[in-house]
Design a protein around this ligand. Structure first.
Ligand code: DGY
Length: 319
């Protein structure tokens, strides 16, 4: 049984594969593998560990005749044609749960950084533009007692809500496909309609999967329904917001600020106007990038590969 790994994963995962006598080859160039190179690398293997935004579409899945299992190095699975994989009998595994705390930390970091213009002010020091201490310009806004709106109250959204309640006594409202009773009980989170979420949130944080329903959901018309003092945070997928509309909304004061760990496209162009705006903080998709979380993800990946190669149900299977 052979496995291809399309990037770097934590060594504990590699060790687990070795302990299970699984031989693997690994992509080790300092760039994302191309679609053609991925097909070439996978056409004779039984398993793939997919690291990064590889498009695992019907063309790829049908070209790789021996694939039994794909273990994603992510909780999100928007990059896979899951229906086609099912038809072909290829099992798809992901890494749920273990990255919730780290990703919620990233959303929290962005929220706080935007509220105090931290990234912008940091750049000002670096460029030598910090001339003297001035009490009034470039003021931030406080988060105490404000309202956090969560779009997608799953594990990551709940983790963020917990942190915001503990740190700032924030009131939590959320919009979701279904009610989250645990969040309602533990955090006094209130379920609201999408329109209420937009109208009432001081910070609106996105934690849904990218689907045909959520793609482009945050557009000009949606930003217009938010408070002019609101902060928009997205640590889910860049395609959930319309980037041109977001830039306009920030420029004309429709909303106050934005914190993004995900952009569209990724990597983002270094001249993107978002990077020079005062009330914007952008990170390069590092939501789950901690030593602890990456190790936990690598362990789940190895478990998924081992089970998939044996023909067993994956412990963390995308259904
Ligand atoms: C995830 O786990 O989905 C992260 O965003 C990495 O893609």
């Amino acid at each position: 049984m052979k496995v291809f790994i399309s990037g770097n994963i934590a060594s504990i995962g590699l060790k687990q594969l070795e302990e299970n006598n699984i031989s693997f080859t690994q992509w080790n160039e300092d760039r994302q593998i191309t679609a053609e190179e991925l097909i070439e690398a996978c056409k004779d293997v039984d398993g793939l560990v997919s690291v990064g935004p590889n498009k695992l579409n019907a063309e790829f899945l049908n070209a790789c005749k021996h694939l039994k299992v794909i273990a994603l190095h992510s909780v999100g699975f928007d990059q896979v044609d899951v229906g086609e994989a099912k038809k072909l009998g290829i099992k798809i595994g992901n890494t749920p749960g273990v990255l919730s705390a780290a990703t919620a930390d990233t959303a929290f970091l962005l929220m706080l950084a935007v509220s105090r213009k931290a990234f912008y002010l940091h750049k000002k020091i670096i460029s030598g533009d910090w001339k003297n201490y001035e009490p009034t310009p470039e003021l931030g806004i406080e988060l105490n007692d404000k309202t956090l709106g969560v779009f997608g109250m799953g594990k990551i959204g709940s983790e963020l809500a917990k942190k915001c309640v503990a740190a700032y006594g924030m009131k939590v409202i959320y919009h979701n496909r279904s009610r989250n009773e645990e969040a309602e009980k533990e955090l006094e989170a209130k379920y609201v309609s999408f329109e209420e979420l937009l109208a009432e949130s001081d910070v609106l944080s996105v934690h849904t999967a990218l689907t045909s329903e959520t793609e482009g959901k945050f557009s000009a018309a949606v930003f217009k329904q938010m408070k002019p003092t609101a902060i928009f945070v997205n640590t889910a997928r860049g395609a959930i917001h319309n980037e041109a509309d977001l830039i306009e909304a920030l420029k004309d004061g429709t909303i106050w600020g934005a914190g993004l760990d995900v952009t569209n496209p990724e990597p983002m162009d270094k001249d993107n106007p978002l990077l020079s705006m005062e009330n914007v903080a952008v990170l390069p998709h590092i939501g789950s990038a901690t030593v602890e979380t990456r190790a936990a993800m690598a362990e789940l990946i190895a478990e998924n590969i081992v089970a998939g190669l044996k023909g067993d149900k994956l412990p963390h299977e995308v259904e």
